[in-house]
Design a protein. Structure first.
Length: 307
């Protein structure tokens, strides 16, 4: 048995916040005064200190990177954390309306716009990749596109307060959720029926409950949540993958249809949920092979216990 298993790894939601609030505001202010180039240089010592001070982060980053590139070393790990730091800055810029949307390529957006015009919404299953706040920036450019993001906001309360201060009239609403109950289901159903979209992370196991499946991902089995597929099935709406990756000097925001309607036969419910999770995991793995440093889950992902 590995040492990671023997020590019973901590559930991701119990790890607490690691957001350096003062540092984020400082970098954001420097960006306004000095521009991207100077801030980019200043990020290196910050990243170096963070990398050296967090042995767990180093280990989990390299564990992930070596599944894509076996010879990954400390330089790849530093680049991984550096890209995360840059992305945190871009999140602030996107919410504040300061990120240049000309640098964002959207793939599959026509289908989403058509879905919005149809009067019925859909479910987006997404991951902790790139700068998904750019979806908010784009939503504000398209009045028909209204997105609700289901999050465990208490895990990052400080960062969410920063986002609220930057733009108190954000076009995307954050909905805190720890478990799916009847009241929340009815609320979500009303929004989808009104033509709104729901975005749900498909790469974090639930905070409560045991609604997960174990499926192959980058060479080993890992636990994935089935909440996005249960919600899509309950609401009878289409299911899309929504992922964001760095590309060139900006980002690519990609949408891919997973199912026009998720059907869960009574006698094959588990198999149907596993199939949907596999399709999502394959779509995520395909993007990560293109941009390995874009996945920001710095914990023992393959060893996660059931919630």
């Amino acid at each position: 048995m590995s040492s990671t298993r023997a020590t019973r790894p901590t559930h991701w939601a119990a790890m607490g916040e690691s957001t350096f609030v003062a540092g984020i505001w400082f970098m954001f202010g420097l960006h306004r005064l000095l521009g991207r180039t100077i801030v980019g240089l200043l990020l290196w010592p910050v990243v170096a200190v963070y990398w050296l001070a967090r042995p767990g982060l180093r280990a989990h980053s390299l564990d992930y990177l070596r599944r894509l590139k076996p010879d990954s070393g400390w330089r790849d790990g530093m680049a991984h954390v550096r890209l995360f730091a840059e992305t945190m800055l871009d999140k602030l810029l996107a919410v504040a309306g300061r990120y240049p949307l000309a640098r964002v390529k959207v793939r599959g957006g026509e289908a989403i716009q058509a879905q919005a015009r149809s009067g019925q919404g859909a479910v987006f299953v997404t991951a902790h990749t790139g700068c998904l706040e750019l979806c908010q920036a784009l939503a504000e450019q398209a009045p028909d596109l209204k997105v609700n993001v289901l999050v465990h906001t208490r895990h990052a309360e400080s960062f969410n307060r920063i986002l609220a201060r930057l733009n108190p009239h954000r076009g995307v609403e954050l909905i805190e959720v720890s478990e799916l109950d009847m009241g929340l289901t009815l609320k979500l159903a009303e929004r989808v029926a009104a033509g709104e979209f729901l975005a749900i992370a498909g790469d974090r196991v639930p905070v409560r409950g045991s609604k997960t499946v174990r499926i192959p991902f980058l060479g080993s089995d890992a636990s994935f949540p089935v909440g996005p597929y249960l919600i899509a099935a309950l609401l009878g709406c289409p299911l899309y993958v929504m992922l964001c990756l760095h590309e060139g000097s900006g980002y690519a925001l990609e949408f891919e249809l997973l199912a026009e309607q998720v059907k869960l036969p009574r006698r094959a419910r588990e198999e149907a949920l596993t199939e949907q999770a596999l399709r999502f995991a394959d779509a995520l793995a395909d993007r990560l092979h293109r941009s390995p440093h874009d996945w920001f889950n710095f914990y023992a992902f393959w060893e996660q216990p059931r919630a």
